[in-house]
Design a protein around this ligand. Sequence first.
Ligand code: RP5
Length: 194
Amino acid sequence: MKNEKKKTAKKGPSVASAKVTVKRTASSLRLHPSSLPLVGVIMGSKSDWETMRATSETLDRFGVAHECHVMSAHRTPALAADFARAAESRGLEIIIAAAGGAAHLAGVIAAHTLLPVLGVPMKSDALNGLDSLLSTVQMPAGIPVGTLAIGKAGATNAALFAIAILANGRPELRQKLRDFRAEQEKTIRAITLE
Ligand code: RP5
């Protein structure tokens, strides 16, 4: 299966040919020698990167190979659809989509792929992200989007959620998640208030 994935990875619409930002983690080599990205992190605008950096950093921390792109359901609809249609054959297993305002990116992506899609609502100037949250979460029955919290908490948790899904079949990653939780608890238990 792995070899099949590798062979088909170059087929389908070329995302690389579009003007997008691509990031691959070097630290992922140990877990995934092919270094093919397992998670696609996409966002509607470069202005979302300040928040979505937390997703990438969290995936980096766990050594999960991923790629980050800017694309929009409204401004680059063909690119978004092409990306979603090609994602599975390129070896991606999960897509994290962030958008703000009339945030349709995650839903549109989910409509074009069977891969699990996680949505991260961006905090907006006009309505503090409530618009983004409702646009992302209120999907019609039949096409699910797993929606996280608004902003940086959602960006971090989207990565942790993706890691939890990937960890189901990857004991080494599952152990990393267990260690992360233990470390987090230890840090909080050590807090003293003056
Ligand atoms: C959405 O519109 C983006 O996801 C972003 O959150 C919001 C504003 O985009 P810019 O005007 O900053 O490019 O599509």
